[in-house]
Design a binder for this molecule. Sequence first.
Ligand code: NAD
Length: 510
Amino acid sequence: MAQTKTKSGKPEVYKNYIGGRWVKPAGGSMMENRNPADTRDVIGLFPASTSEDVAAAVDAARRAYPGWKATPAPRRAELLYRFGQILVERKEEYSRDMTREMGKVLKEARGDVQEAIDMTFYTAGEGRRLHGYTTPSELPHKMAMCVRQPVGLCALITPWNFPMAIPSWKMMPALVCGNTLVIKPAEDTPLSTINLVHAAEAAGLPPGVINVVVGTGESAGAPLSTHADIRLVSFTGSTETGRRVAEAAAREGKICSLEMGGKNVILVMEDADLDLAVEGAVWGAFGTSGQRCTASSRLVVHRRVYRKFLEKLIERTLTLRVGNGLDRRVDVGPVINEDAVAKILGYIEIGRNQDGARLALGGRRLEKGAHRHGFFIEPTIFADVAPGMRIAQEEIFGPVLSVIACRDLDEAIEIGNGVRYGLSSSIYTRDVNRAFEAMERMYTGIFYVNSSTIGAEVHLPFGGTKATGNGHREGAMNTSLDVFSEWKSIYVDYSGRLQKAQIDTAELVG
Ligand code: NAD
């Protein structure tokens, strides 16, 4: 089981997991990871892996593949049920580790681990389905059907903001389909992936089926995603990195599934329950310190209720307490690291000076008292934002909300769709016609009515349009199995003679 401190008080030294063994990185280099709420707290030392470690992990996955592929899917699923049960038993421990390494408040960290549990049990049920289908052949005495087959060796590359949920969205469907895998977690949150793998190990997954290589994107992620034996790269992260990963994968002819950035929007109509919409906006914009791919970073409000709504929004936001996520009274934790602080403050500066938006609340780093050792930024609201401003177009990935006025639903939808991303959107209205109108016309992968832009459940497709994705969806079984398996069409001719499709058919009818 994972520990974060040794008895001597020195930070724990973590290892890669390759071929069923915990091993040091070949080059011996380690990276330090610190708590973003209190940088005096060292989470541990983690491998700074290189292509040599990646090669060893891929080799282990290659050796384990024939055995895992040949294991009947219901047996694979039994191990997943055990895996899920162990996550249930360790939920509190893993949630606390997550808050310490990533910063999100404990309630949300529990939600993250719960999502991994949901995904594990949900996918395990698929072990007795993995449905294909039969269909009539156009020829007599011939049967046609199609079945799923594993793709082979998978590279999973994950971000830091959902450090257990996102690895599980990829890992569980990959496993139930019969693939073996190597995962490279984000440099800021390796512990949660290591915890996930400890649970897999305790569940009895055979050596080599899951391998973990910790390291930076350049030194471990890039060699993993381009390794000759890797058939599929499943990536979640920023659009910029995702496109680089996709280009490299395309050169090698690999299957590549991408989940990338977002600039999500809540539309608030004049007939909305404003108090409900305020709750949704505050949760969507400032939950996880705005560091969700589905965060509500834009709010488009009907001008008839704009002033009143803004007042209520500011009033509610002022009640949020920013601090260490392990403190039960805290609503908003730190952002992930110093680079994130610089990026977010940079955007606040752009909003004020370059864009000329009105800073209605917040805008500063919190550096005093309980905040002085962490990466804390005040929940920030820009008002009177124009849709084309950079703060309304680019992904800031922090607690910064842009509020835009609109005159009617048509304009709200136009503004809502007027960004390069297409992950999540929502509308607050009591008018069913307008709700359906927006549902039809918002070009996003996820849409909510009278709810925030966040709150996806594992059994529905998850992903986005435009610069958010490349057409794949995680989550729901049919869609995620389409990523992690390939179809095999099978024709069985029991006529005892040569029958020619498209040619003999004409003779039969004519
Ligand atoms: P990131 O793109 O910086 O890193 C993601 C992962 O890619 C990390 O593990 C990183 O080490 C690795 N990486 C970096 N360079 C690489 C390279 N050249 N080759 C291979 N791997 C490489 O993203 P991040 O900062 O960790 O995460 C935040 C981003 O993720 C945001 O843009 C957010 O919207 C997005 N995200 C999207 C979803 C979604 O489902 N659409 C979910 C969560 C986060």
